[in-house]
Design a protein around this ligand. Structure first.
Ligand code: ADP
Ligand code: MN
Length: 174
């Protein structure tokens, strides 16, 4: 299977900056931002609402069916706090965003996360859960860990991904 543009996952614990990165990258590159949050909600890829966690219970099969055609065409930036559900063949680059505990705590508190969810997400970040998941699910060469604490870091991260995209286009030109 070949595509004329690559697919990128931007993953990380909630609050690490996925959506901010995806929006800026989409604006700069014209790639399409797929907010899995919005797909789950708007196209009802869920089995109901979890009150305790204040989040949808995702129906992964339905989610994959819903985005498959679009993603297989290429040129998508997938914005989601998990990456192990997407088939390896769909994905060309996996970016894992990272922040320190104090920063994450402040960002999630500002979002009024329920206590259980706040603590779980902070533990998950401390224990490198998303990074491990990415490395276990994809070839390590396509997994990149990037820090996302400051605006300057976001800027340089996006520039770095843009450079990667240009290189991918050169390598895949026919
Ligand atoms: P996610 O989509 O991973 O949950 P968001 O992109 O919504 O994260 O970011 C969470 C909050 O943190 C937002 O208020 C955003 O402006 C801020 N933020 C994210 N990344 C950075 C960064 N690199 N520098 C400064 N603020 C950031
Ligand atoms: Mn988000």
């Amino acid at each position: 299977m070949s595509r004329s543009l690559p697919n990128i996952i931007i993953t990380g614990t909630p609050g690490t900056g996925k959506t901010s990165h995806c929006e800026l990258l989409a604006e700069r590159t014209g790639l399409k931002h797929i907010s899995v949050n919005d797909v789950v909600k708007d196209r009802e890829c869920h089995e109901g609402w979890d009150e305790e966690y204040q989040s949808w219970i995702v129906d992964e099969d339905k989610l994959l069916d819903t985005i498959e055609d679009e993603v297989k065409q290429g040129g998508c930036i997938i914005d989601w706090h998990a990456c192990d559900l997407f088939p390896q063949s769909w994905i060309d680059l996996v970016v894992v965003l990272r922040v320190d505990t104090a920063t994450l705590y402040d960002r999630l508190t500002a979002r009024k996360y329920p206590e259980v969810k706040l603590q779980e997400n902070i533990d998950s970040e401390i224990m490198d859960v998303l990074l491990q998941e990415a490395k276990e699910s994809y070839d390590e060469e396509i997994v990149v860990e990037l820090q996302s604490v400051t605006a300057d870091e976001m800027e340089s991260n996006v520039e770095r991904i843009e450079q990667w995209l240009e290189q991918w286009k050169k390598n895949n030109a026919t």
